[in-house]
Design a protein around this ligand. Sequence first.
Ligand SMILES: Nc1ncnc2c1ncn2[C@@H]1O[C@H](COP(=O)(O)OP(=O)(O)OP(=O)(O)O)[C@@H](O)[C@H]1O
Ligand SMILES: [Mg+2]
Length: 202
Amino acid sequence: MKKPEELNITRHRGNITRSKREALNQHKGAVLWFTGLSGSGKSTLAHALEDKLYEMGCRTMVLDGDNVRHGLCGDLGFSDEDRKENIRRISEVANLFMEAGMIILTAFISPFLSDREKAKELIGEEDFFEIYCDCPLETCEDRDVKGLYKKAKQGEIKNFTGISSPYEPPVNPHLTLKSGARPLQECVDELISFLQAKEIIR
Ligand SMILES: Nc1ncnc2c1ncn2[C@@H]1O[C@H](COP(=O)(O)OP(=O)(O)OP(=O)(O)O)[C@@H](O)[C@H]1O
Ligand SMILES: [Mg+2]
């Protein structure tokens, strides 16, 4: 594939910088990348945190697995290659929102270390925070929120993370939430404290 420069594509730089947008928003832009097994609580946590941040006057956006697969990534399946492309597109979108000074909460299983590494590279180490929803597989199977574990075990779904496809846990996540055992509200409080400690919000 040709590079943008080879196609005579040059960036146009605007006057309204990220820091100006952040000053207007009164908080910093950041990407909180929730990762964990299906049913570990990524969507629940991301949306509960968003509710709280909204109350606090923060500008946020949740990018959620099933939702982006309806539109932006509607042409992708679940092969390793398609999962990679899914993560690449999401990272680019998260990066754009982050540049707009918003707090982005992504809720994708994102099972592969290498893909999360790539997301971190693309977004930038200082703005990317890996949040591990650490919930035992048995709890996720018991919850079976979408009935997918049952289907996967019956062989109706191929490449299902935790059953027929691996999940590679984060090695050094910025935050680990014991979302299998701790009540939701405690996890949300921990996330708020984390954002304050990182001086993303006040
Ligand atoms: N501390 C907690 N944090 C998050 N969810 C919790 C917690 N305790 C219990 N739950 C419950 O666990 C379930 C988590 O489901 P959720 O859809 O959020 O998972 P998910 O990680 O987004 O899965 P998927 O990858 O399939 O979208 C919900 O029913 C939620 O109410
Ligand atoms: Mg979800």
